[in-house]
Design a binder for this molecule. Sequence first.
Ligand code: ZN
Length: 250
Amino acid sequence: MSTFVAGAFLTAALPLLAAVGVDRAVAEEKKPARLLLVTVTKGFRHESIPRLADRVEGLGRDSGLFTVDRAGTDEELRAKTTVATLRAYDGVVLDNTTGDLPLADRDAFLAWIESGKALVGIHSAADTFHGWPAFVALLGAEFDYHRDQARVQVRIDDPRHPATESLVAPIELFDEIYLYKSFDEARVHMLLSLDRHPNTGAPGHYPIAWTREQGKGRVFYTAPGHRDDVVEADWFGRHLLGGIRWALGR
Ligand SMILES: [Zn+2]
């Protein structure tokens, strides 16, 4: 092949090669993410844990957005949270976890999130790691107390977020409503909240769901998820899927 012919061939082929590269990038983008779903508890154990795990897994399967690998025992959690094993995942879902979970390496876990991974916390995820200030700061708050289950009207603070854009305000919710401490609204991006105390009705601003970014990591926390019927609610599924999608940066 003469230099001229080879040059002409390359000129003709370059746009094609570029197109193949774009297709490959699109295919990569469409490949499901891999989430580690943790159901280990060291304090209160919610009855809704298995249903919530199935719900999250189903959302990933139906959307094609992610697949789920579960850590349901201390041994599984330790094995799946080492520096090496965390590399297999794009993020973690804390499904009603409580207490001090036996992560293999707390510092590595934190660094892993900050490297660009997703942290999704549902309901009592905020009742986890109370004695680990770096985790509380990462999540954005910690559970303080709750009273009787209550019927509340949830306000949408940001209706344009993937976790809220499909919702209609106010959202009618009957669930165990958490009150938080170690919360600073300036450190989070609010998604959902109440404008009165769920039990006393005292006016105020009570957070329900928010996001945070730390390093390159993305945190999505949402408070509902105590009751099975909340876990199964249509709006909650759309809310969860949108929040997970955002946390994965998709
Ligand atoms: Zn609860």
